[in-house]
Write a protein that binds this ligand. Structure first.
Ligand code: FE2
Ligand code: FE2
Length: 296
């Protein structure tokens, strides 16, 4: 058991009913501009506000409290050895689908459906095939939950650690509970980094994004790797709060991250083709880029 687990042992590590509650909150914060004031009725959000908001807030409190610089370093040491499991990607998807919470009547989408809706929307818009693949695998890092990681170490908006927290991060007031908040070096604007050093040198809060990036970094073209690694970094790709850490290449690559984000958030399609129909295309696509079996 690591220090953070000990520290949080007396808190409920699972304030969300399921991981989608975090994503519902993101959509609430960043609504689809194409449906604003059109299809959205107030009752659509009523349930969310009543039943989910407290859980989501508590989730962010834990995330902001426990995602310290040391925690991130420790998780990188542990998980980036990729010595937990080895399986074909298809088994990983089955594994991921174990995350569905059957007791929640509002969740009609399992993880796989979200991935296929995202990838199919990208494919329908004629983007390169590696971007379609990114759509299919972008949330695969959520298997961290099945390795026993708490929700706050798997999902949530990501942010740099080891430097000042931006007030553009959701619920910034909760960072006061983070031990790094009282560390003068970590709370300087640049912290342990240098101006425009490039995000590759910056440690992000630990979660499914960083994990899947490392899993895929030998196989996917660079713009796709940026999409994987930074898709939950809303403080930058939506709020531009960390440009002082970015170099020119990051700015170029974040155009791809911005292109990817609406597919992740808004590609819910009620008329999605069945997985059986789609599978041959995806089997070929996976075989083109990925090895037969992946290390976790
Ligand atoms: Fe994600
Ligand atoms: Fe996603």
């Amino acid at each position: 058991m690591n220090t953070n687990q000990i520290n949080s042992a007396n808190e409920n590590d699972s304030p969300l009913h399921n991981l989608e509650e975090w994503e519902a909150d993101v959509i609430n914060r960043y609504p689809d501009p194409s449906v604003i004031n059109k299809d959205k009725k107030e009752e659509d959000f009523r349930d969310y506000e009543k039943t989910e908001k407290d859980g989501v807030k508590e989730f962010y409190r834990l995330n902001h409290k426990y995602q310290t610089f040391d925690f991130v370093m420790q998780k990188k040491l542990d998980y980036l050895k990729f010595d937990k499991k080895e399986m074909p990607i298809w088994s990983a998807f089955d594994f991921l689908n174990e995350l569905v919470d059957d007791s929640d009547p509002d969740t009609d989408l399992d993880q796989m459906q979200h991935l296929v809706q995202t990838s199919e929307a990208i494919r329908n818009d004629g983007h390169p095939d590696w971007m379609v693949l990114v759509g299919l695998i972008h949330d695969m890092g959520k298997v961290l939950c099945l390795f026993g990681e708490p929700q706050w170490a798997v999902v949530g908006d990501t942010f740099p650690v080891g430097c000042a927290y931006s007030d553009k991060i959701v619920y910034p007031e909760f960072f006061k509970e983070n031990p790094d908040y009282n560390n003068k070096i970590y709370q300087a604007k640049l912290g342990v980094y240098t101006e425009n050093c490039g995000l590759d040198k910056v440690h992000m809060s630990w979660g499914h994004d960083e994990y899947v990036y490392h899993m895929m970094k030998d196989y996917i073209p660079e713009p796709g790797l940026y999409m994987l690694r930074y898709h939950s970094f809303y403080a930058q790709h939506r709020e531009n709060a960390y440009t002082h850490l970015m170099n020119e290449k990051d700015h170029e690559m974040f155009k791809w991250v911005a292109l990817f984000n609406p597919y992740d958030l808004y590609s819910k399609n009620p008329n999605q083709k069945s997985w059986e129909e789609l599978k041959p295309y995806y089997q070929e696509l996976v075989a083109k880029y990925l090895p037969l079996s992946l290390k976790f």
